[in-house]
Write a protein that binds this ligand. Structure first.
Ligand code: PMP
Length: 429
């Protein structure tokens, strides 16, 4: 590691807990010094020491058209010149609401917020207000942001640090959160048979990206939909990560299942802070100023952030955008599997749209228990070898990866060449 990164990290740790503003960035689980970046363009990043990387984090999902896309940057600059914020309605918010409704029709009404955390926190509040019930169901290893009720057996950074639940969450709050195993249909049926009529909502990542990538079984999702309908429980698809990424219409369009509510983030802001929650009109009408469920935000619907999102959403509506993105991501994944096989390394990988999962295990995991069996030491070795070769992957065995429209065949070829070296290092371990 070169000195500028090192120096920045050392100084940052004096002033910022762990030196970072979001835990996974700290490289704790893989070891080493986090990279401090100064520039991104298309699929590439440059760190403060001038080293170039091919980026497979994409700011954890938002940069689906690549970094510093000229249309996005140009539109943001133009809108910024008219003030950064009004705290009052603008036509841009209406444009965004109409576009969300067009692309994700289950979102009959929508409200904009500034992060995925706010979107999920607000969605569960509305679901509780609408049903008059308290209990909420989530799945082990799914991450829905850092609000109290959702930090129970959660994924992403919590898994990375081996602490799936957070200190500081009162037991009384956590007691209302019931956690089930992902893809376990039997458990779901048993819980609903016992307590279905007390459950306000079920929140789920319809494709999980926060315990690495886990694909849902269709039967599991369909049963979930049916049980929620039978019991008057609000089904919330947390599409903060999958929205506009696995399909233009999100995972709900990919699998043909209509949730009652949806939460969005990441791509919807194109790299600036935007989140959204929405769904059935009768549920959304419970929100203030119409109803008794309170939710608000000084910067909600911020014109500059919404513009970055609108421009990004325009770019991803071009014909074949998602088919091409999915094909590119699959090409990467297939190449990695082949390279691992050649090196004799136990490895599997898969992709859904522009999201991918890499696992140092025989088969792609389908549950939290299975993902925990994968070889973390091999991942860490692989990660560092790739980083050295200028390939920037998520610094944890429990995160999904992201490909953007800006990634080229040459990028993928370079990545596979680096992987060949990395797998050889793993094989020699
Ligand atoms: N839900 C999901 C599925 C996520 O992946 C994330 C963030 N990774 C969140 C919610 C929280 O979003 P944010 O970090 O914008 O608060």
């Amino acid at each position: 590691m070169t000195s500028s990164n090192q120096a920045l990290f050392e100084k940052s740790q004096q002033l910022i807990p762990g030196g970072v503003n979001s835990p996974v960035r700290a490289f704790r689980s893989v070891g080493g010094t986090p990279i401090f970046f100064k520039k991104g363009l298309g699929s590439k990043l440059w760190d403060v020491d001038g080293k170039e990387y091919i980026d497979y984090i994409n700011s954890w999902g938002p940069m689906i058209v690549g970094h510093a896309h000229p249309d996005v940057i140009g539109a943001v600059q133009a809108v910024a010149a008219n003030s950064l914020s009004f705290g009052a309605p603008t036509g841009l918010e209406l444009e965004m609401a109409a576009l969300i409704n067009k692309l994700v029709p289950s979102m009959e009404q929508v409200r904009l917020v500034s992060s995925g955390t706010e979107a999920t926190m607000s969605a569960i509040r509305v679901a509780r207000g609408f049903t008059g019930r308290n209990k909420l169901v989530k799945f082990e290893g799914c991450y829905h942001g850092h609000s109290d009720a959702l930090l129970v057996k959660a994924g992403s950074g919590l898994l990375t640090f081996g602490e799936p639940s957070s200190a500081g969450v009162p037991a009384e709050v956590a007691a209302h959160t019931l956690t089930l195993e992902y893809n376990n249909t039997q458990q779901l049926k048993e819980l609903f048979a016992k307590a279905g009529d007390e459950i306000a909502c079920v929140i789920i990542e319809p494709v999980v990206g926060n315990m690495n990538l886990i694909v849902p079984h269709m039967e599991f999702l369909q049963t979930l939909r049916e049980l929620c309908t039978q019991h008057g429980t609000v089904l919330i698809f947390d599409e903060v990560m999958t929205g506009f990424r696995v399909h233009l219409g999100g995972a709900q369009a990919l699998y043909g299942i209509k949730p009652d509510m949806t939460t969005l983030g990441k791509v919807i802001g194109g790299g600036l802070p935007v989140g959204a929650f929405g769904g059935r009109k009768d549920i959304m009408q419970c929100l203030a100023p119409l109803g008794a469920v309170y939710q608000a935000g000084t910067l909600s619907g911020n014109p500059v952030a919404v513009t970055a999102g609108l421009e990004t959403l325009k770019l991803i509506q071009v014909p074949e955008f998602h088919a091409k993105l999915a094909a590119k991501t699959k090409k990467l994944v297939d190449g990695l599997v082949a390279a691992a096989k050649e090196a004799g390394v136990v490895f599997s990988a898969q992709s859904v749209g522009g999201m991918f999962g890499l696992y140092f295990s025989e088969q792609c995991p389908t549950s939290f228990a299975e993902i925990m069996q994968s070889n973390k030491d091999n991942f860490n070795l692989f990660f560092h070898s790739m980083l050295e070769s200028g390939i920037y992957l998520g610094p944890s065995a429990f995160e999904a990866g992201f490909v953007s429209a800006a990634h080229t065949d040459a990028d993928i070829a370079l990545t596979l060449a680096a992987a060949k070296k990395a797998f050889a290092a793993v094989a020699a371990r």
